[in-house]
Design a protein around this ligand. Structure first.
Ligand SMILES: C[S@@+](CC[C@H](N)C(=O)[O-])C[C@H]1O[C@@H](n2cnc3c(N)ncnc32)[C@H](O)[C@@H]1O
Length: 270
C-alpha cells in the first residue's frame, strides 16, 4: 500500500499536534509498515480514509491503536546503567538523610513496558533494606501507549530480558514462571503505579512534586519547542534539590531551562 505526500503530512501533523512526536519527512515507509494492517482490518482503501476514521472515532480506540503503532517503545532493565549508579550512590543517600517525613516521590515519565521503573524499584528496595517498611517510596510510571502499560502492569518478562541482572536480584525479585518467563515479586510490582499520561496535556494531574524524574529517550522524538515546554513542566514539578535524568544521548541547553547539569544527562533544580 502507498501513502501520498498529502496523506503522510496530514497524519504526521495529527501525531505531532496530539502526541508531540515529530516523524520528520523521512518516515513514510515506517508509517505504511506500522499502520497498513489496521487499514486492511477496517477495509479502508487509503490513508486519507484512515485519517478520517481516526478523527471520527469518538470511542478513542482508533487514536489509541495509532499511538500503540507509532510510538517507539524500546527499553530494557538497567538501560544506561551509569544513571542507576548515580541514583544509588548520590541521589538515594541525599534524600534518605534529608526527608524527615520519609516520603520519596519518583516519576518514570515515558516508562514504556516497565523495565525502567522496576529497575528503580529494585534499587530503592535494596538501598532501604529493612528500612523500606518505614518509607513511602512509591514510583509513578506513565506512558502514552496503553499497550506498553498493560505489559508493564503484568510484570512478566522473558528470562533473556532478565538474564544480565545481578544473580542476587534474580533470586530476590523474580520468580521463574517457566523455561521462558519470569515474573517480578509482588513487593516490587506494588512499588510501581502505572498510569496513562500524554505529555501534551496542558495540565498534569499531580498533587505533589517529585524528588526524582526520569524521562529518558522520549524527548528525542519531539521538536525543540515541545521539548522545551515539557522540560519546564518537569522543572515546575520538581522539588528544590530534586533531579531530572534524561537519555544519555540527550542534552538540555542553558537557555531551555533553569536545571543545572550535575553529571552527564543528570540535572538538578537548585
Ligand atoms: C524509547 S521509550 C523510552 C523508555 C524508557 N524511558 C527508556 O529509556 O528505556 C519512549 C516512550 O515514550 C513514550 N511517549 C512518546 N510520546 C509520548 C507522549 N506524548 N506522552 C507520554 N509518553 C510518550 C512512548 O510511548 C515510549 O514508550
Amino acid at each position: 500500500m502507498n501513502i501520498t505526500g498529502k496523506e503522510f503530512d496530514q497524519l504526521a501533523d495529527l501525531i505531532r499536534k496530539n502526541y508531540g512526536i515529530n516523524l520528520g519527512s523521512q518516515k513514510k515507509i515506517m508509517m505504511v509498515g506500522r499502520l497498513q494492517k489496521i487499514l486492511e482490518e477496517h477495509n479502508l482503501k487509503n490513508f486519507g480514509e484512515y485519517y478520517k476514521y481516526v478523527l471520527s472515532d469518538t470511542t478513542g480506540n482508533a487514536a489509541s491503536l495509532l499511538v500503540d503503532k507509532i510510538t517507539t517503545n524500546h527499553t530494557f532493565f538497567m538501560r544506561e546503567a551509569e544513571h542507576f549508579g548515580y541514583f544509588k550512590e548520590k541521589v538515594m543517600p541525599h534524600f534518605t538523610s534529608s526527608l524527615p517525613d520519609r516520603e520519596l516521590c519518583i516519576w518514570s515519565a515515558g516508562c514504556s513496558s516497565g523495565e525502567e521503573p522496576y529497575t528503580l524499584a529494585m534499587i530503592v528496595d535494596e538501598f532501604l533494606g529493612v528500612q523500606m517498611a518505614l518509607w513511602n517510596a512509591k514510583i509513578l510510571a506513565t506512558d502514552l501507549s496503553s499497550k506498553v502499560l498493560e505489559i508493564a502492569g503484568r510484570g512478566i518478562y522473558l528470562n533473556e530480558q532478565v538474564g544480565h541482572l545481578p544473580e542476587i536480584w534474580k533470586r530476590k525479585y523474580f520468580h521463574k514462571l517457566d523455561d521462558e518467563k519470569s515474573v517480578l515479586v509482588d513487593r516490587i510490582r506494588n512499588e510501581v503505579i502505572f498510569r496513562r499520561l500524554n505529555f501534551m496535556d496542558s495540565v498534569f494531574p499531580f498533587r505533589k512534586k517529585f524528588h526524582i524524574i526520569f524521562c529518558r529517550n522520549v524527548m528525542i522524538y519531539f521538536d525543540a519547542a515541545t521539548k522545551k515546554d515539557l522540560i519546564n513542566k518537569f522543572y515546575n514539578l520538581t522539588v528544590p534539590g530534586g533531579y531530572l535524568f534524561i537519555g544519555r544521548s540527550e542534552t538540555i541547553n542553558r537557555d531551555e531551562s533553569k536545571y543545572v547539569c550535575v553529571a552527564p544527562s543528570v540535572y538538578r533544580k537548585e
